[in-house]
Design a protein around this ligand. Structure first.
Ligand code: FA5
Length: 359
C-alpha cells in the first residue's frame, strides 16, 4: 500500500501557490533543500497527485498529467532560481566578511596612529623669518615671479648691455618682445614696485620685507639651486644711515640664529646700492672656530646689502634729498641650511620624505 497522501486535482492551484511560497521563503541553502523536499519530494502533495492520475478516467489523464507537469516544471524552476539567489547572497556576505581594509591595517597596526604632514622646511623658514622681521617692525609684501626686464634689471640701475647683468644667469620667457619678461633672478624688483606704489599713493616711509621664489640658470651644487628663495628688506625713511643697516642686520642675526651668532659686513658691489656690502654671519657649524663648511674663516655669506642708490630713488620719483634708505637680500634656503646644518642644499628639493620628516 502507498503511504502517499491522496489528493484531488481540484487542490492543484492551492498546492502550486503553497509550493511557490515555501520555495521563496527559504532563507538559506539548507532551508531550500527542506522546502524542495516538501514541495517536490516523493511525499509531496504534487507527487501524491501524480500517483493518483491512475485513478482518473483514461480520457482525462493526459490533460491532468499536463497540468501537474506544468506545475512541477514551474516549481523546479523557482527552486533553481532561489538556489542561485541564495548562492549570490552567500558570496556577497563572504566578500564583506573577508574584505581587508588595507588603510586600517596600515595606519593602525603597522604605522601607528595617522600622522599628518607638515610644511616644507623652506616654507617653515620663510614664516620664521617673516615673524622675526615683523617683530622688528617690518611689514611683509610680495611681488610677481615673472617680471619685466624693467623691474628685474633696468630700474635697478642695469640698463640693457650693462655688464652687471652677468651677475645673474637669467631665464627669459617667450612673452612679448624677446628678452623683455624674465623669471626674476632676485627679489630686488619688489623693492621698485613697493617704492613706486608708496610714492604714488603717499605711503612713505617704507619698512618692509619681501620673501619669494627666484630663478637662475645655475648648475645646482651644495650651496646653489636653480630655483631658490630670497627675502628682501627695504627701509626708505628720513635720515637713514649705514649704521641703521648694520644695526638691523645684527639685530636680525641675533634674533633668528641666537645670541652667540653675529654678523659682519664686507665691502662689495651691487648696481642698485651705494655703498654695497656682503653680509656674513658666524658659521653656525663651527661657531667661528673655522671648518670645512665655511672654508675656515669662521664666517659664512648670507646675502647682499647696501644703501639704496639715489639714482634708484630718483627713477621711482622719490626725492633723494628728502629720503634715504637701505636694502638687503639673502637666501631663505641658505638660512635653513645654516640653522639646521644641512650639508647639501639639493636635499631641500629632492623630496625624500626621510630627509623632510626630520624638520
Ligand atoms: C642678490 O641677489 C641681490 N639682489 C641682493 C641685494 C639685495 C643686494 C638688496 C643689495 C641690496 P646675490 O646674487 O649675492 O644678491 O644673492 C643674495 C643671496 O641669495 C646669496 O648670498 C645667497 O644666500 C642667495 N642665493 C643666491 N643665488 C642662490 C642660488 N642659486 N641658490 C641658493 N641661494 C642663492
Amino acid at each position: 500500500m502507498s503511504d502517499r497522501p491522496t489528493v484531488s486535482l481540484d487542490e492543484l492551484p492551492s498546492i502550486l501557490e503553497e509550493g511557490r511560497r515555501e520555495l521563496a521563503a527559504a532563507a538559506d541553502p539548507e532551508g531550500l533543500r527542506t522546502a524542495e523536499q516538501s514541495v517536490l519530494g516523493k511525499r509531496s502533495p504534487l507527487a501524491g497527485l501524480r500517483a493518483s492520475l491512475g485513478r482518473l478516467d483514461p480520457s482525462e489523464r493526459p490533460a491532468a498529467g499536463q497540468r501537474i507537469e506544468r506545475a512541477l516544471h514551474e516549481l523546479r524552476g523557482l527552486a533553481e532560481r532561489r538556489r542561485d539567489e541564495l548562492a549570490e547572497d552567500q558570496r556577497r556576505a563572504a566578500l564583506v566578511a573577508d574584505r581587508l581594509d588595507l588603510t586600517e591595517v596600515v595606519v593602525d597596526q603597522v604605522l601607528g596612529p595617522i600622522r599628518r604632514g607638515h610644511l616644507h622646511l623652506v616654507t617653515q623658514t620663510q614664516h620664521e623669518l617673516e615673524d622675526t622681521f615683523v617683530g622688528m617692525g617690518f611689514e611683509v609684501a610680495e611681488g610677481p615671479e615673472a617680471e619685466t626686464d624693467w623691474y628685474n634689471f633696468e630700474a635697478l640701475n642695469m640698463p640693457p648691455g650693462h655688464p652687471a647683468r652677468g651677475m645673474w644667469d637669467t631665464f627669459y620667457l617667450k612673452l612679448g618682445r624677446p628678452e623683455t619678461v624674465v623669471l626674476r633672478t632676485h627679489t630686488s624688483p619688489v623693492q621698485i614696485r613697493l617704492m613706486e606704489g608708496a610714492e604714488q599713493e603717499g605711503r612713505l616711509p617704507i619698512h618692509s620685507v619681501m620673501p619669494g621664489r627666484c630663478y637662475r640658470r645655475e648648475t645646482p651644487d651644495a650651496r646653489h639651486l636653480a630655483i631658490f628663495h630670497q627675502i628682501e628688506g627695504l627701509v626708505v625713511d628720513r635720515h637713514i644711515t649705514f649704521g641703521d643697516l648694520a644695526g638691523t642686520i645684527e639685530t636680525f642675526t641675533g634674533a633668528y640664529f641666537g645670541p652667540d651668532i653675529h654678523s659682519r659686513l664686507r665691502p662689495s658691489y651691487f648696481p642698485f646700492t651705494e655703498p654695497s656690502a656682503e653680509f656674513e654671519i658666524t658659521c653656525t657649524i663651527c661657531h667661528g672656530a673655522g671648518c670645512r663648511t665655511c672654508s675656515q674663516p669662521g664666517w659664512i655669506e648670507l646675502g647682499g646689502c647696501g644703501m639704496v642708490d639715489p639714482a634708484v630713488l630718483a627713477a621711482v620719483s622719490i626725492d633723494p634729498s628728502q629720503w634715504s634708505g637701505f636694502a638687503f637680500g639673502f637666501g631663505i634656503d641658505r638660512c635653513a641650511q645654516m640653522r639646521h646644518g644641512i650639508a647639501d642644499l639639493r636635499s631641500l628639493m629632492e623630496n625624500d620624505v626621510r630627509f623632510l620628516r626630520q624638520f
